[in-house]
Design a protein around this ligand. Sequence first.
Ligand code: PHE
Length: 345
Amino acid sequence: MDTLQQLVASAQSDFENAHTAAELENAKAKYLGKAGRITEQMKQLASLPVEEKKKQGAVINQAKQAIEAALTSRRQALADAELAQQLQAEALDVTLPGRSRSQGGLHPVIRAQERIEKIFASMGFDVGDGPEIESDWFNFAALNMPENHPARSMHDTFYVEQGYVLRTHTSPMQIRYAVQHVKKYKSLIDAGQTMPDIRVIVPGRTYRVDSDATHSPMFHQFEGLWIGTQVSFKDLKAVYINFLHQFFETEDMHIRFRPSYFPFTEPSAEMDMMFNTGPLRGRWLEISGMGQVHPNVVSNMGLDPEHYIGFAFGSGIDRLAMLRYGVNDLRLFFDGDVRFLSQFS
Ligand code: PHE
């Protein structure tokens, strides 16, 4: 039988030679496990007389404690080593320069659109939204452009099945929005009372078969509509000029109305503006189509044209964005070149 001293020494050396937690646990079993050497010694005590038992028991206990101490210290050493290794493996060099992440930004056309929405909202206009795939009725017929009307040829577009089109302008939203408004105030109107004015702008994408430096098959418009009982061209002029002053942050401009023709307004006009300063000074720029809403269109809104009157306008958002940001080719907006777009964010 080993002397206890030998046993302790052998346990210490076994523990020292264990290089993983699992190896260490195996080594521990060899001494302290159920069939371990120390346990065996304990069992043998049973056959000794009481006095001997006490003496021998104390000695074995001492040995056991020594082995347990060796085990604990080896466990700690292994854990420390593992931690040190992990720290080393996961070491970060905090002096390395960071990896930059590119940041997204709003498209200049959307920036211009949001600016337009804010300005009109400040004048009490609601901001509407509507479908880009539109029926013949809303895009043409309801706007006083029956089938075979020559004005339709200026609106060549992409036809979808079953007579639907990609809307050629935002004007169909005049009808859609007004019809909703009239529905909302139906009981009031039926009772012979006057509904609150319709005052809305509707920005959105529009489509025509057109493509050059100033035309794109997809472009952005915003429609304006104000219908009431007292609305006149004077209000249209005031609203639109106020808008231009705010949008361009200057009043240093000239504005003129030219007579024009749209089937859904009568009289109709086109509005031009000219900056007095800056790179574009001295050039008339076409800004918007507009006019007093045609009585047939007022009827199609479900309103009595003898009682309700108003104006509408339709303007190009891309055009306004080009003027505001000094961009000379519309196609740049839609090429998706980050070098161009990032200048606006
Ligand atoms: N819808 C017309 C266009 O796209 C613009 C317009 C809108 C004109 C409203 C008058 C009134 O050309």
